[in-house]
Write a protein that binds this ligand. Structure first.
Ligand SMILES: Cc1cc2nc3c(=O)[nH]c(=O)nc-3n(C[C@H](O)[C@H](O)[C@H](O)COP(=O)(O)O)c2cc1C
Length: 413
């Protein structure tokens, strides 16, 4: 992931995002001059249209656009069929023309017909609903390869009005070049290896898609999804077909998610300023658990944070949220669970709520909807219900630890 995103560590990218969302205002003329190159760089991040691209060196249209020629894999023995798993899926808001890039698996049914497994909470599905309302077909392109930041940008949980292509340009250091498709009204990243062009007719009957060995560690259940009809396949000469296998975590997608966890910290802090840090544990498969660290300053603050996160983008789908105090290492699962055991009175400190859940959550009573639990594992203070005297944790003060570190050699041990 670090190679793909061109960084030494994700914190470095988080700092760049932080600078973008909270820019320091130049105070003097000199300061303004110094900021000019940074501003000029910002202007180079949006995508730009070019006339031709390597992704169209070879063009197959009509019956010639045969997906059976691609080495599409069946991942797990009980999968419903072969799946495209690492395609960047481009759809368009029919009103604004804004392009959305998502990553949804696509099951192959016929050489030119597939099913697109886009969850109802995702922007791609929102676009399908808009085309349905207008009674129009929706152009859809699937792009493989290209700039190494593209699969990350596609999987990124950005709100509908924030462009993944802009984020890709920002991560890439310059705008993604886009080329018009051959058979549909869509633009695609010009440097892609392979492009599939096609459409979804939202009025057409949906098809049963799945099962599929998913990143949750189980086969996700079959469901009804729109048919995707292929109109063209274009590619560079000698293209490389990228794919991935998800399954019991951790697989490759876990590291895509980890990058998001780190890079999105400044954005989460912007929405919920109480948050100092957070951790999505591997066993939580993205949506099942979030551990949140806050600096607690007033009664029931953890509740506020829990509810705010249940309203924050795709984090809203989190089933269990655990909030801990500032001194807890939120990345150490032992430390977090230690404080759940230590500080929680279940009747007093647990909040249950109902709302949208991940579509893949088979334990939810309804598809994509059910209950969630927030656990306030912070130390309790006055105003948080019945609270007796709070016991102090046995911890050596930092000054003493530093003193011992300094004098370690003198002890002769
Ligand atoms: C390898 C991989 C496979 C994914 N498969 C799907 C999928 O089949 N359906 C889906 O709705 N989301 C899937 N996701 C998650 C979405 O790509 C992710 O939530 C993204 O932010 C959705 O973008 P959107 O809201 O712009 O549509 C997958 C993510 C990864 C990394």
């Amino acid at each position: 992931m670090r190679l793909a995103l061109g960084c030494e560590d994700f914190e470095e990218l988080a700092a760049r995002v932080q600078a973008l969302v909270k820019p320091e205002m130049p105070t003097s003329l000199m300061d303004k001059m110094r900021k000019l190159p940074e501003l000029a760089k910002l202007a180079s991040f949006p995508p730009k249209t070019v006339r031709s691209g390597i992704c169209q060196e070879v063009v197959h249209e009509g019956d010639d656009a045969d997906l059976a020629r691609l080495p599409i894999i069946k991942c797990w023995p009980d999968d419903g069929g072969k799946y495209i798993t690492l395609g960047n899926i481009l759809t368009k808001d029919p009103e604004t023309g804004d392009i959305n890039v998502g990553m949804y698996r696509v099951q192959l049914f016929e050489p030119r017909m597939c099913a697109m497994h886009c969850h109802i909470h995702h922007d791609g599905a929102r676009n399908i609903r808009m085309y349905k309302k207008r009674g129009e077909r929706m152009p859809v392109a699937i792009a493989f390869g290209g700039e190494s930041v593209m699969p990350y940008a596609a999987s990124c949980p950005l709100p509908p009005n924030v462009s993944e292509l802009l984020l890709a340009g920002f991560l890439n250091g310059r705008g993604i070049e886009m080329v018009p498709c051959k058979t549909i009204d869509m633009q695609v990243p010009a440097n892609s290896e392979i492009i599939i062009e096609g459409y979804i007719d939202p009025d057409e009957e949906y098809i049963t898609e799945g099962p599929f060995g998913d990143h949750t560690g189980v086969y996700s259940l079959p469901g009804q999804y729109p048919k995707y009809h292929v109109t063209a396949v274009t590619h560079r000469r000698q293209p490389v077909y990228p794919t991935t296998i998800v399954g019991f975590p951790p697989q490759e997608d876990y590291y895509l998610g980890k990058a998001t966890e780190r890079i999105f910290l400044p954005l989460l802090k912007m929405i919920v300023p109480d948050v100092i840090d957070y951790h999505l544990p591997m066993f939580g498969a993205f949506h099942n658990f979030a551990f949140i660290k806050i600096r607690k300053e007033y009664a029931l603050q953890a509740r506020r944070v829990i509810h705010a996160i249940w309203g924050a983008g795709q984090m809203a789908l989190t089933k269990f949220i655990i909030v801990v105090d500032e001194h807890v290492n939120v990345h150490d699962e032992q430390d977090v669970l230690f404080h759940v055991g230590l500080n929680v009175d279940p009747r007093r400190d647990i909040v249950l709520s109902d709302g949208p859940l991940d579509i893949l959550d088979h334990a939810a009573p309804h598809e994509g909807a059910g209950s969630k639990m927030g656990i306030d594992a912070t130390e309790k203070i006055k105003g948080e219900g019945p609270v007796r005297e709070w016991a102090k944790e046995v911890r050596m003060p930092d000054e003493i630890l530093q003193l011992i570190d300094r004098r370690w050699s003198e002890y002769g041990l």
